[in-house]
Design a protein around this ligand. Structure first.
Ligand code: C2O
Ligand code: CU
Ligand code: CU
Length: 534
């Protein structure tokens, strides 16, 4: 695709976004309007249909175990029209199937590594033991496989899976390896929420990618990319800004920010309200109506959108980034053109009803209040930053000194293993256990951001609740189970989590920033959860 076309299209979008925002005063926000001028659609936007990843429900054996097979392999995919991009995927060219696992039933996942290098797969948000967690110690060599077997007892949730090798998680996810992992407990169906996959309940996996002229993935091609890799093509489920033929009823969007570094400030172009029903790791107590919502890398939300009166209309989900993203960093260079604009993500083309329509009940679930037991811990996030000591990417080798095979189509593996981003003045070291938690405790963790930019903080093996942001209660849509929380610059968040899953010294859990270039360059630590550590 000619560069000039892309640039002019983007400029056009920014102007269109500005016009839309200016013309819709808050008082009129409820009024339903056509979302984007027809002209925009004729400019080549929303030209391909949304791809819905197939469901993998596993096959039940005679002993009651559900079996799944996943294979990581190279492929090629048209991420943007007219270009073919060499990629990696699970059971396909890019991304992977939506793996559904039932709560309380044993599952067995056979994972094969058909790539040219070793990697892992981590079940982000799943309550599984350290030896099934797929962290960096559980490396699977090329041509090898690993058999994960576990039973999850957590509430129904939209989790995800992705590689987690030391220093190379960024390029491996960027190459296309990610998928949704849904824990099913039947509560959503019994509440009457939309729950028919692909009909009124869909995954919306948002990513951004930078491409070379020949279609190849460009990873960390600019020195500043170590602060967080961002691309100028916005993908939803692996296609650039697609459209979805939505039914004229309540629809449920399970939104996953699977980008390496970019945040999205979700909103509809017509400023309509939408209802947040779930945070990262489960349903909220009740739906929370909002008009916009910031989603950091690795965070998920489930949204209900009322399309009952929109038949025949085009409803556009967009990111109103410019109203919030530039304020998340003190360094203007950390936000790019998209971060300073309003850009579309997905068009909902609303047609007739399909199937039995879902409802939005008043009350969803009860989120239990937790009682702390055990030590309180403090984590401080810091950034050494660019400048002296930073070498240009051309002089750095990937994996800090290791030269290894490249990514799909010769994709660069970027920079990993630089000590640039720290937690408690420590940089990730596979030979150091940073924290020892006693199994059965419910700990309070304070995470303070002493750096000029925002960081999404995540930990393995459990779900947490956000008790406070700078001493104040968090917004209502954050008062549920989560596993990733955005910590703004200068901010301190107070989290509480029970630790039940065991993890020993050889296969510990991780806590880290989920901006993948920060994680790969120091901002990660390891913790054990053991019966005996007190
Ligand atoms: Cu999604 Cu340790 O990661
Ligand atoms: Cu995780
Ligand atoms: Cu970070």
């Amino acid at each position: 695709m000619p560069r000039a076309f892309l640039l002019s299209r983007r400029r056009f979008l920014q102007q269109a976004g500005a016009v839309l925002v200016a013309q819709v005063p808050v008082a009129q926000a409820l009024a339903r309007q056509p979302s984007l001028p027809q002209a925009l659609i004729h400019r080549g936007l929303f030209t391909c249909e949304l791809w819905i990843p197939p469901v993998m429900a596993g096959s039940l054996d005679a002993s009651g175990v559900r079996h799944y097979r996943l294979s990581m392999a190279p492929g090629a995919q048209s991420l943007v029209p007219h270009l073919l991009t060499p990629t990696w995927g699970y059971n396909g060219d890019y991304l992977g199937p939506t793996v559904r696992i039932p709560r309380g039933h044993p599952v067995h996942i056979h994972l094969h590594n058909g790539l040219n290098q070793s990697t892992t797969t981590h079940w982000h948000g799943a309550h599984v033991a350290g030896d099934m967690d797929g962290g960096p110690e559980l490396l699977i060599g090329r041509g090898r496989h690993y058999d994960y077997h576990y039973t999850v007892w957590q509430p129904g949730a939209s989790l995800w899976y992705h590689p987690h090798p030391s220093r190379r998680t960024g390029p491996h996810i960027y190459a296309g390896l990610a998928g949704m992992l849904l824990v099913d407990d039947g509560v959503d169906a019994s509440l009457g929420l939309p729950h028919t996959y692909g009909v009124d309940d869909i995954p919306v996996i948002i990513q951004d990618r930078r491409l070379l002229a020949d279609g190849g993935l460009a990873y960390m091609t600019h020195p500043h990319d170590v602060m967080g890799m961002k691309g100028d093509h916005i993908l939803v489920n692996g296609r650039e800004q697609p459209y979805w033929k939505a039914p004229a009823q309540w629809v449920r969007l399970r939104i996953l920010n699977a980008s390496n570094a970019r945040m999205y400030h979700l909103a509809f172009a017509d400023h309509r309200p939408f209802v947040v029903i779930a945070s990262d790791a489960g349903l909220l107590e009740r739906g929370v109506p909002v008009r916009q919502l910031l989603l950091a890398p690795a965070e998920r939300v489930e949204l209900l959108v009322d399309l009952r009166r929109d038949r025949g209309r085009s409803v556009v989900l967009q990111s109103d980034s410019r109203s919030v993203v530039p304020s998340l960093s003190a360094n203007p260079a950390d936000s790019d053109r998209l971060d300073r604009s309003v850009f579309p993500l997905l068009e909902l083309r609303v047609s007739g009803r399909r199937g039995a329509p879902g409802i939005l009940p008043d009350k969803l679930v009860t989120v239990p209040a937790l009682i702390p037991r055990g030590p309180t811990r403090h984590f401080v996030l810091r950034v050494k930053g660019m400048g002296h000591g930073m070498q240009s990417p051309h002089r750095m080798k990937s994996g800090a000194g290791e030269t290894g095979p490249s990514g799909p189509g010769g994709m660069s593996m970027g920079l990993g293993g630089l000590d640039m981003f720290s937690i408690n003045k420590q940089y990730m070291s596979m030979s150091v256990i940073n924290v020892a938690v006693t199994r059965g405790d419910t700990e309070i963790w304070y995470v303070a951001n002493d750096s000029p930019m925002a960081h999404p903080f995540h930990y393995h093996g459990t779900s947490f609740q956000v008790l406070a942001r700078d001493g104040k209660p968090p917004p209502a849509y954050e008062r549920g189970w989560k596993d990733t929380v955005l910590v703004r610059r200068g901010e301190t968040v107070k989290l509480i989590a029970p630790f039940h899953q065991p993890a020993g010294h050889s296969l510990p859990f991780m806590y880290h920033c989920h901006i993948l270039e920060h994680e790969d360059n120091g901002m990660m630590g390891q913790f054990t959860v053991l019966d005996t550590s007190r």
